[in-house]
Design a protein around this ligand. Structure first.
Ligand code: NZQ
Ligand code: ZN
Length: 392
């Protein structure tokens, strides 16, 4: 079947480029006086973005309610704190300045402020949607870390350390940020570890949507183009992090990798994210690295079930020459090329380096949600096997 039935709408307005923060002025005119300013552990104070944003908020006469300290992989406790800040100050607008963690967190707060139930239970454990009559506080993002695509989607991932669950809920368009400011230069100050984790996150978002189905689908061609651009630019950026051309292409690729477009007409997999999120729930490791550490064992495991697509991936994304080789050989060569690229950019290649030990594996399996859209629905035994392989 080519392209099933779908609805596509993405309401997030993007301001892209070196001057993009100036547009914050005109966006702020649309919202009330009380602004909740969401940010992380302080990087924005060191690189000067905080001062720039504060100046613009003040110039527009806003009352600023600071909500800093959003940790990577935001927790349910922090979510409750953010809801309290929003309620106590009757905030009209939430501005997230940071990476995916700040954007996700801002969205989670935005839908919880006027929700009488416990948001963790409702939105994450029970996977319920936001009630139609719940007023959602509008969110805007100034992005400083590239990878998640959170700036233009409805995803909001929250971690509960007590129950060892890291759950992502992808909400509908009411929850998307109203706008996002994307200035590639704002990402220059990222430590290399975070930068490359973001590169792998982008790659995997595309793979999660690419490795499904056997039909002829425009989305797959779009994804091949995005992957080629990412591979090319990431090789430049690891050597020359302030290469604007490379960093801007990567920023743009990240947004399109997960703003719902390339999922249209696809069933999509998302199993690497489920394995990675289980690792994250137990170790609090950096999101992109949890994905890189489990990817190759996972893809080598499912390759036989989706061989034609893995062959296509090898040829069109990694330029593997097919002559004289079996489909399996071509597909394997493609994964080896991806592995070489992963080593070249320097991402985590096993879960041991993220803090996982043998005795944790059974519990990792318990924390792994099983998805059904890919080439193989994994059994518990297979998940354990993949985690074992990922330890090596
Ligand atoms: O907290 P600060 O001090 O700001 O430091 C952050 C943080 O330590 C730092 N950083 C960000 N921008 C910087 C910077 N340091 C220097 N200069 C800058 N310009 O980078 C660290 C990581 O930031 P974080 O926001 O945690 O990273 P990321 O953007 O990867 O977000 C990760 C979260 O997003 C979720 C992940 O699970 C994780 O919780 N995801 C959200 C998705 C979505 N909404 O669709 C999809 C993804 O698959 C992902 O699951
Ligand atoms: Zn991701």
């Amino acid at each position: 079947m080519m392209l099933g039935n779908f609805v596509f709408s993405n309401p997030t307005k993007l301001y892209f480029g070196e001057d993009s923060l100036n547009y914050l002025h005109e966006e702020l005119l649309k919202y009330g006086k009380n602004v909740q300013l969401v940010y992380g552990g302080g990087s924005i104070k060191k690189n000067g973005i905080y001062d720039k944003v504060i100046d613009i908020l003040k110039a527009n006469g806003k009352a600023i309610f600071e909500d800093g300290g959003v940790m990577p992989n935001p927790t349910v406790e922090k979510l409750y704190e953010g809801v309290r800040i929003a309620r106590e100050n009757q905030v009209d607008f939430i501005l997230a300045v940071g990476g995916g963690s700040c954007c996700d967190y801002a969205k989670a707060v935005s839908i919880s402020v006027n929700c009488e139930e416990d948001p963790w239970e409702k939105y994450y454990l029970n996977f319920e949607d936001v009630d139609m009559d719940t007023k959602i506080i509008p969110v805007g993002c100034v992005l400083t870390m590239v990878g998640t695509g959170s700036e233009m989607n409805g995803g909001a991932v929250i971690t509960n350390h007590e129950s060892k669950l890291k759950i992502g809920h992808v909400f509908g368009e009411r929850v998307f940020p109203k706008f996002a400011v994307l200035n590639p230069a704002f990402t220059y100050s990222l430590p290399k570890y975070q930068m490359t984790a973001g590169f792998y996150d982008i790659m995997n978002h595309i793979c999660e949507q690419y490795f499904s189905g056997g039909d002829d689908n425009t989305s797959d061609y779009l994804m091949e183009g995005l992957m080629r651009s990412l591979i090319h630019s990431s090789r430049i950026a690891v050597k020359d992090p302030e290469n604007y051309e490379a960093r801007s292409n990567i920023m743009w690729t990240a947004t399109w990798a997960l703003n719902t477009l390339v999922a249209m007409g696809k069933s999509t997999d998302w199993m690497v994210h489920m394995l990675g999120q289980a690792v994250g729930a137990h170790t609090d490791a950096t999101h992109g690295m949890t994905l890189s550490a489990v990817s190759l064992p996972y893809y080598r495991h499912i390759m036989p079930y989706g061989l034609a697509k893995f062959k296509r991936f090898a040829e069109y994304v990694w330029n593997i020459e097919p002559e004289g080789k079996s489909d399996k050989e071509i597909a394997e060569e493609g994964l080896r090329a991806m592995e070489a690229w992963m080593n070249e950019i320097g991402v985590a290649m096993n879960i041991r380096e993220l803090g996982v030990t043998e005795d944790m594996l059974e519990n990792l399996v318990k924390s792994t949600l099983v998805m059904e859209g890919g080439y193989k629905v994994l059994t518990q035994e297979e998940i354990l096997e993949i985690f074992k392989e990922s330890l090596k």
